[in-house]
Structures are given as structure tokens and as C-alpha cells.
Design a protein around this ligand. Sequence first.
Ligand code: NAD
Length: 545
Amino acid sequence: MGNSIFNINLPKNEPIKSYAPGSPEKAALKKRIEELKNQVLEIPLIIGGKEIKTGNMADCVIPHDHQKVIGRYHKAGKKEVEMAIDAALKARESWAAMDWTERAAIFLKAGDLLASPYWRNTLNAATMLAQSKNAFQAEIDSACELIDFFKFNAYYAQQIYGEQPPHSPDGQWNKLEYRPLEGFVFAVSPFNFTSIAGNLPTSPALMGNVVLMKPASSAVYTGYWLMKLFQAAGVPDGVINFVPGSGSQVGNPVMNSPHFAGIHFTGSTPVFQSMWRIVGENIAKYKSYPRIVGETGGKDFIFVHKSADFKEVGTAMIRGAFEYQGQKCSAASRAYVPVSMWNKLQKFLLAEIKTLKMGPPEDFTNFVNAVIDKNAFDSITSYINFAKKAKNAKIIAGGNYDDSKGYFIKPTVIVTTDPKFKTMEEEIFGPVLTIYVYPTAKYKETLHICNETSVYALTGAIFAKDREAVIQADKILVNAAGNFYINDKPTGAVVGQQPFGGARASGTNDKAGSYLNLIRWTSPRTIKENFIPPTDYRYPFLEEE
Ligand code: NAD
């Protein structure tokens, strides 16, 4: 099974390009944006390396200019899902048998290709257009984070394959063989991160699994470019099969297959729970118990102690809540502020928010762009409207929206007197931050409220200069976040530095971009070899005195 010893050095994180005015990377990226914008890409399914066109098509549009079509994709149905399962199973034997270092070479190459100008500009431009991300948000996602996933995963795979039983007594030899799962893995990605859409199929594939890859409907465009990148890096036909389409029309036949061996999911909590239910109902059909790995929603907090610096807090709020329009699972969406700091912080926050420019990402001076689609726009604005009517809440910034050309929503701050107000509890997934101002002396009590308010436990931050206050928050909030930050915004986890994932309703906490995730895609076999097998069954104790 290829447990070769091969030294993959600890990678360095991919440096972030600045795209500052006059920089060569800015000019090259702008050029690629124009090229992609001026064509309509026809996107087929890719099954067993072959392009499949079903004729059942949908448009890929630009969220900040929703009448502009940049792609038209073919949708998979039951028949194509079955074709993809067959193609994956056919590719499985040789892929599983391939030495892991050869598989690692493919994904290390994918990382190097993505770091090179053509692929970097293409994936960044595609993400900016299809998902309405500004240049910096695209760069840290579709370039840097995905390159890091490829490189660090190869390094972590090496650690896993090297992990062997510590002892083999004389006369025998013990080995652990890290087999891939027996069947195929279903990789289902969200719209918001190109890096996640790239990591979900490739981390199981690196460990020798074959995969069906289903991108989110609003991110099929970048999903297709990812698939082309995998092919360019040398992923063999059938190892990763690209099957865009409606969640249930693709998902149901996939999860009905006896060869279904695992889900690698990132997306919303209700969708993950519905998939888990289907898996439960089908459990007796499967050849093995499927691995269910899912990172889901969040209601991420910033908790402020009176000893914190209000400018640090305000800046973390703006970046944490409004970058990528709050459409990050880790986005700060509720905050707890002591009344002693509130006036200063409010003034600072409102002045800073006034300077945030909103518009298309092709104009690099825009900090805020559009939300992903009509459904997201309607859902986010319904929360804003709810707050507008509520007696115990007040909108102090933003609250306006306009979807005439693109799905634009102004960064919005709600202040509530009810710590359990709807927008303190539910995931909104948009540029909306709700703040509860607490009595300064009730620090500990309010920490408990924070811990108990939401079903989620993804990310959270404590801001304090007082170390005792930090320790107290750290203890009381121990189960409230899988990624906990001290004096930093709760977004922007980096592969190799802060392995990412949450618990409670936020997911199975298998920490993307770490050995903890990769280990889920293996089914170890223990092999004991006896060099000198006994030839007599009698033990000494059986002998007569
Ligand atoms: P979503 O749940 O709407 O969709 C996710 C994926 O599931 C899509 O590919 C969708 O087509 C698919 N899907 C939907 N119904 C399905 C079904 N019945 N069977 C199979 N697949 C189905 O999520 P989204 O709107 O794309 O992304 C936003 C959500 O993702 C937010 O809740 C956010 O918090 C979460 N998210 C979490 C993390 C994390 O690491 N915890 C990271 C990014 C996003």
C-alpha cells in the first residue's frame, strides 16, 4: 500500500500578494478578470475524465451584476451519479495501490501550479466574479489557503503513514497499513470558500480514496476551474469526478449506493443534518459504516472585557463581521460589550463603518461586495427587517439594501437589550453584527450567557488586557468555540497554524488542514507477521510436575 519513507519538509505558508496600486500582480489579475468576464464558459460534468453534457442547464452569474452570465453548466441527475460511481470504483484499485508519495506528488504539483501566475490569476479572478470577493479575500482563499491545504496535507499524510506500532518483539513484526475507505467519498462544498471546495475532494483523494465532487450551485464556476487544475496536476481519470447539480438530485442517489463510504461536507447545519438522517436510514445498505465529516454553521462571538482597547475591538469587529460580507462560517455576528466602553467604541465603530466602500470587486477600492444570491439577500434582509420592527433592538449602522443590479447589503450593526435576541442566536450569514451591551460588573454572568445562547460552537474571541479576565473567559467558554481567539478577530484561520473546525451544531470538528482530518479518510489494517511460528500447541503449564 505504499508506506514509503520520503521526506516532505514542513511547508511554509504561501505568502499573500498585496495587489497594491501599480503592482504587477494587480495588472495581471485585472487582465484575467476581463478575459473571464468576456466569455461564457460552457461547463460539462467530468466523469472518468470525460466531459458529459446533459443539456439540463443553469447559469453562473455575477452576484454584483446578476444579469451578467459568465458560464452555463450542465446538471447531473441520477444517471450521471451512477456513471460517476462506476468511474470512481473503476479507478479505485490502482489509485489505492499507488504509493502515497506518488499521490502526494500530484497534490504538491497542484499547489505549485496554483502558485504560478496562470492558475493563481484564473482561480482568483473566477472567485472574484462568481462569488463576489475582493482581490484580497480571493487571494487568501482561492490562492493561499488552497496552496497551503495541498502542501500541508501532503506533510500530514507523511506523518500518518509513518505512525506505526511502537513495538515489535523479537521473532515478529507489526505494521499498520493505512487503507483508503472501501468505496467512494462524496465531497459536498459550500459557495463561500474556493479553498474548501478544493480541499474537500482532494484530502480524501490524497489518502487513496476516490471521490464524487459536488460544488455549491452558486460556485460551480470556480468548482470547474478547480477540476481543471486537478487534471492539470495529474489526478488520474475517475479519481475525482465533477458532478454539479441540485443537492438532493445528486445527493440522494449518491447516499443510496452500497459503495458510499463517507461524506466530506462543508455547508449549513440543516443540510448536514438532513444528509446524516438519510445516511442513518440507509445504514444497512452500506458495505461499511460511512465516515461522516462535516463543518457547518456558526454564530461566532467577540466578547469584550472592560480592560480591552476599544480601537482593537472595533477593528476586529469590522474585519471580523464585514469582510466577505459576513459570509464566512467564522464571521463575528454577535458581540458582548461592557457599558463602560460602549460610548467610545460606538463612536469609533460608526466613524469607521462610514468609510467602508461597497461595490463590485473589480474596483479594488471596495471593501464590501455583494452577497451571493437572491436567496441569501432575502434571508439576510428579513433579519434586518425583523430588527427594524423589534422593540428591544435598534439599528445603529447600515440597514439599507438594494438588489437592482447586484445583491448589495450595507454593513449593519444592531444593538439589543436582549442577549437572547433572534439575531444574537441564529446564523444570518451576511454583513450583520448584533451587539449586547452588558453591565460592566456582570462579566462572569455574561460569559455564561454567551456560552448558552446559541447552538453553535465554531469561533469566538475574547478581548482583554487583564490576564485573569482572559483565563476566566477561556474556562467558561471552553466548549463555546472550536477556534478560540485572544485579542484577535475570530476569522482568518491559517492552515498549519490554527486547524479549523467547531463542535456542537457547528460540525464534527475534524479540523480541516490537519492530520485529524486526513485520519478520517483511512481505515487502518493491522498486520502481525510471525517470523518463527510455533510447531507445538502445548504450553509449558500443561506439563506434569
Ligand atoms: P448549504 O448548506 O446551502 O450548501 C452546501 C452544499 O450542500 C451545497 O453544495 C449544496 O448544493 C449541498 N446540498 C444541499 N442540499 C443537499 C442535499 N439534500 N444532499 C446533498 N447535498 C446538498 O451551504 P452554503 O450556503 O453553500 O454555505 C454556507 C453555509 O456553510 C453556512 O452555514 C456556513 O456557516 C457554512 N460553512 C461552514 C464552514 C466551516 O468550516 N464550519 C465553512 C464554510 C461554510
